[in-house]
Ligand binder design. Structure first.
Ligand code: 3SL
Length: 243
């Protein structure tokens, strides 16, 4: 297995495709997707723009539909929810399809949607993602951070580092075997430095600060947890993820 890390969707090469592509948006899209599926959502359908989300969701039975729209950290008018993992419970999300569009996370998924295997990762699902990789053993893996509007995100990089470190720990392989690019090695160093202070790191991260400014400290606490969900959201048809 060769692992490549791209910090933003913009860094993803125009040519070629990996055997497995992993979208990461710790704050908060991929943490929210995992929380929704763990709460029993039927599936998550992702959109780059709100107009297509509203148009497609209008064709779905209303009682089985939840619209989640986020821009700039806030809920989009006309949607039922914003992008908080804490919004999801069995009562609210069970059996429903989540139609979702966020500033960066869903854009990241759209960028990699044509890879043969597409999954999402978050700190909450880190070990499940490592086990998924070990079970499927894809030859090439692209881990793609969602970043913020084209720039690097600390929290996505530390999550990529946590996944890569997990693969190293489980296989005993070295960077020589596993690292496809320099960014993978740097991400593991970041993870090793911060693994016991994940919440502190979220507070220092620029998007963490943006979310704190919007009164979302509980979301930071939730998203900073490691290995609390044993699920891997996986794309089953282009733009639609489930378990
Ligand atoms: O950018 C995104 O996709 C979101 O996760 C951003 S936010 O955490 O909802 O503000």
């Amino acid at each position: 297995m060769k692992l490549f890390l791209f910090h933003t969707p913009e860094e993803v090469p125009e040519q070629g495709a990996p055997d497995c592509a992993i979208a990461i948006d710790v704050l908060r899209a991929t943490s929210t997707m995992a929380a929704a599926l763990a709460a029993g959502a039927e599936a998550i359908q992702v959109f780059s723009d709100i107009d297509s989300l509203l148009a497609t969701s209008a064709t779905w039975p209303a009682e089985k539909c939840l619209r989640a729209g986020e821009r700039g950290g806030g809920k989009v008018e006309g949607c039922d929810l914003g992008n908080s993992p804490l919004d999801h419970s069995a009562e609210r999300s069970g059996g429903k399809r989540l139609f979702m569009s966020t500033t960066n996370g869903t854009r990241c998924l759209k960028r990699i949607e044509h890879a043969p295997m597409v999954i999402t990762a978050a700190l909450t699902t880190r070990l499940a993602v490592v086990n998924f990789l070990l079970a499927h053993n894809p030859e090439t893996v692209w881990l793609v951070g969602s970043g913020w509007e084209g720039t690097y995100s600390l929290e996505d990089t530390v999550c990529a580092g946590a996944v890569i470190h997990g693969v190293i720990a489980a296989t005993g392989q070295t960077f020589k075997d596993l690292a496809g690019n320099d960014a993978t090695i740097a991400a593991v160093s970041l993870y090793l430095q911060w693994q016991d202070q994940m919440l502190d790191l979220m507070h220092y991260a620029s998007h963490g600060q943006r979310l704190l400014g919007l009164d979302n400290e509980a979301d930071l606490k939730y998203c900073a947890q490691l290995d609390v969900l044993d699920i891997v959201p996986r794309q089953h048809e282009v733009g639609v993820l489930g378990l």
